[in-house]
Design a protein. Structure first.
Length: 506
């Protein structure tokens, strides 16, 4: 058996990894699946005020916590490191979207379900229904249940790709462009939650129009179609408003968009496709083409950046944050959150591990005093290198990327954000939560895993941070809803047709 976090070999019957501290028990897997299902339900809803930001933040932090610092007594429901092996992802074109717009996600990191989604499941607590064997009957012609299945043959989607299926302020969405929005919703879901697809009731070997989604009233096809239409409505509203106000994206993003056709050509060629259209067809069916994809990307870039520029203008005072918390006190209390001095800290560290050691028959490794002394000297050398140059967080991050042996944080410049008490081993935690800590503090800390070169970034009160994030999310959703409400929006559900694509394509 191998550790699911660091891939280290584990002895038979051992669930706690001695290398990274990750708990590999089945109970842990189930708790993560349950947390992922809770988080995705929240992310796909517009009602994100009450708990979305805290849940998403908590699981993100827990995913990065299964590293050298995790204490052995860590309970099985504390870590949420996803299992990477066998994870379902989209194809070449979907991956290129992720890479091309990764920086935009930072601009609008506070958006949870606002831009790329709609109303989500009506009852997140309802049990997930099992796969249906037959396509359900048609429903209301004025909503997404209009058709039991929207799937058509390749010949039919080619004949219907220019059919207009939605309008907004005179702008038209055709079946061809809808294919992009639809399959991007599917692939984005699988990219984030694919390893837990079964927990959501999704079987990727069964057509999406033949199985119920986590919204028991919709098939997965109807679910993703609803999200795709809402996504187009939101992006198109924002990009339209941006053009009306003369908004211009900055030069870096404009250059990325300008270079995108050439990047698509290069990606298609390196992936063995004769044309970009062939590459898009492989992932999104023959009904989608490069022109529709570029239209999608134009609205995606413009909408996100315009939204982000307006979010940057929003300022909230401490008094507003406290008032928001007080008005939602009961909901926060149900989650165990109340006002207090409990805080989270952001720290960077560079882990230097001892070399050599003696391993006994049970796989436990011990180090001599000389080996520990050499480890301390190596850590001190790294600290001295930091002190000899510009003493900034950016430079410390560079050294962490270069020297740290912690696989969970080295690529992030040694950064751990929103660390709570109980997540780290005692020496690491005692240094990080020392009340005398100030921004920029540094030092050496010894744990059972080695010597840590420490850098103190910041700390925040938990209740205040959570309330501020939720308040900003609420304001962001209010801004988005106000923009969308300015434009007439119609959908012709009977005209919608969706082509075929292989969900299990790697």
């Amino acid at each position: 058996m191998k550790c699911k976090a660091c891939n280290a070999e584990l002895e038979e019957g051992v669930t706690l990894c001695p290398s990274c501290g990750f708990q590999n028990s089945s109970e842990h897997d189930m708790s993560c699946e349950q947390q992922e299902q809770s988080i995705v339900t929240e992310e796909l809803s517009n009602n994100g005020t009450e708990q979305t930001s805290e849940q998403a933040e908590a699981c993100e932090n827990e995913e990065t916590a299964a590293v050298a610092e995790m204490p052995e007594e860590q309970s099985s429901d504390k870590a949420c490191t996803p299992i990477v092996e066998g994870k379902l992802t989209g194809g070449k074109i979907a991956l290129l979207v992720v890479l091309a717009v990764a920086a935009i996600a930072v601009v609008v990191a506070l958006v949870v379900g606002g831009l790329s989604g709609g109303t989500g499941a009506k009852d997140p607590s309802a049990p997930v229904e099992t796969t249906e064997a037959t396509i359900p009957s048609d429903g209301n012609p004025d909503d997404v249940t209009c058709k039991g299945t929207y799937t058509v043959t390749d010949e039919e989607i080619l004949a219907q790709k220019d059919q207009v299926v939605a309008t907004l302020n005179g702008e038209k969405l055709t079946n061809e462009e809808l294919q992009i929005y639809y399959w991007m919703q599917v692939y984005d879901f699988l990219e984030k939650y694919g390893q837990y697809a079964a927990a959501f009731g999704m079987d990727t070997n069964t057509p999406l129009d033949m199985q119920k989604s986590m919204d028991p009233e919709l098939t997965w096809q109807q679910f993703f179609l609803r999200e795709a239409l809402n996504s187009w409505k939101n992006y198109k509203s924002l990009s339209t408003k941006a053009r009306e106000e003369g908004f211009e994206m900055n030069a870096d993003f404009a250059k990325q968009l300008e270079d995108l056709p050439a990047n698509l050509e290069a990606t298609a060629k390196s992936s063995g496709f004769e044309t970009v259209d062939d590459m898009i067809h492989a992932d999104m069916g023959v009904g989608a083409g490069v022109g529709a994809y570029m239209a999608y990307m134009n609205d995606y870039y413009t909408g996100h950046l315009y939204y982000g520029s307006n979010m940057d203008k929003i300022e909230v005072t401490d008094a507003e944050v406290e008032a928001f918390f007080d008005s939602h006190a009961d909901a926060y209390l149900e989650k165990g959150l109340k006002k207090g001095d409990d805080k989270v800290v952001d720290v960077r560290h560079i882990l230097i591990t001892p070399e050599g050691g003696t391993t006994d028959e049970k796989g436990n490794t011990t180090y001599s005093d000389e080996e520990w002394q050499a480890c301390e000297q190596a850590a001190q050398a790294v600290l001295d290198e930091y002190l000899a140059g510009e003493q900034t967080q950016e430079r410390f991050a560079e050294l962490a990327t270069k020297y740290s042996k912690d696989p969970g944080s080295a690529a992030k410049g040694g950064l751990y954000m929103n660390v709570r008490k109980g997540q780290m081993v005692a020496p690491f935690e005692e240094w990080s939560f020392d009340d005398s800590r100030a921004v920029g503090d540094y030092g050496l800390v010894k744990t059972d895993y080695g010597y840590h070169v420490m850098y103190y970034v910041d700390s925040r009160l938990i209740w205040h941070t959570t309330a501020m994030q939720d308040l900003l999310i609420e304001k962001g959703n209010e801004f988005l809803n106000n923009v969308v409400a300015q434009y007439d929006y119609t959908v012709d559900y009977p005209a919608i047709a969706l082509g075929l694509a292989d969900l299990n394509k790697k």
